[in-house]
Design a protein around this ligand. Structure first.
Ligand SMILES: [Zn+2]
Length: 223
């Protein structure tokens, strides 16, 4: 890896660093009646991710927020190898940015041990009104076609530095727009299928040990 360019990782949280999709788990637990219908509309492409997530939380009364926070913290499990992956980034001087469509109350506690090296973008829930309201930290910029909620490609465009190779790590369709801006993608689940069908440069992963393994080969570095 001598003389190789520096890497900048942009990593998803739900289903990537966290084993499961926390927003999905929250909705199944707190909105079992109507949540699935909204998920189906988003999956079918009738609604954007932004519309769907906003609609789901707009049905949850604000007084439930402390219960949601406790539930999410208790359910968050970090994927094996993440601590070692962060250590590798720290040793090599690679930048690691976590870009999450999820919320501060489960993303920040999980990443607290790494806050000295990891930049974090995520969202919050406003409980000032009778029902919860999603506050997106980074809305879509003019270069995006919109509807993201937290816009992952906007984060990349704002923060990437000249000469860096951008590596995206993710699992879902919400990672696809940022994957299309990347020099290389580590993918699982639906993002993996999308990378295959679109011919994006990628490798499959299940744990962060898989990613560390790939980084010691030249796969990621080839022009
Ligand atoms: Zn966007």
């Amino acid at each position: 890896m001598r003389g190789a360019p520096s890497l900048a990782f942009y990593c998803d949280f739900d289903g990537t660093i966290a084993q499961q999709d926390m927003i999905g788990a929250i909705v199944r637990h707190f909105l079992p009646e109507t949540g699935q219908a909204i998920v189906d509309k988003v999956t079918a492409g009738e609604w954007s991710v932004r519309q769907g997530v906003e609609a789901m939380f707009a049905e949850i009364p604000s007084h439930l927020l402390p219960q949601i926070q406790a539930f999410a913290r208790q359910e968050t499990r970090v994927r094996p190898g993440f601590a070692e992956f962060v250590a590798t980034c720290r040793q090599r001087g690679w930048r690691l940015t976590v870009v999450s469509g999820g919320f501060d109350f489960f993303v920040h506690p999980a990443l607290k041990p790494y806050q000295d090296v990891v930049s974090v973008y995520c969202n919050r829930l406003d409980d000032a009104g009778p029902y919860l309201r999603v506050v997106w930290s980074v809305p879509c910029d003019e270069a995006c076609d919109g509807g993201c909620g937290l816009c992952k490609p906007t984060v990349i465009r704002r923060t990437r530095r000249p000469g860096e190779r951008v590596v995206v790590i993710g699992d879902g369709v919400t990672d696809l727009k940022q994957a299309q801006l990347a020099d290389f993608v580590f993918a699982r689940d639906k993002l993996l299928q999308a990378c295959r069908s679109l011919g994006l440069r990628h490798a499959a992963f299940e744990t962060f040990y898989d990613i560390i393994g790939h980084l010691t080969t030249d796969l990621v570095w080839k022009e």
